[in-house]
Design a protein around this ligand. Sequence first.
Ligand code: FES
Length: 99
Amino acid sequence: MAECALSNADADAVRAISLMICMGTCCYVKGASAHLDDLVHVVQQKYGDAVHISAGTCLGQCLLENNEPPYAKVDDEIIPRATIKKILGCIDGKISGVG
Ligand code: FES
């Protein structure tokens, strides 16, 4: 029987969902920072350590012809016109296994 090499901390890190808010110029100008404090508060209250939040640089989406900033990224899923409601819906989908 194979032994599991992950510590509890490693296992928690593996399960954590990654939420990245794009703070590149285009997304910033289109309001990415406007609700950031509210978003961080809501996500931390609702999901705790199950979601790792970060702010990042341009995701490259603003270079597309039909771009829809501001963008966020939940794991590998890009969210255009990212609102708190859309981001929470995406996280809920990932947690429930639907997303
Ligand atoms: S600045 Fe956000 S995708 Fe480029």
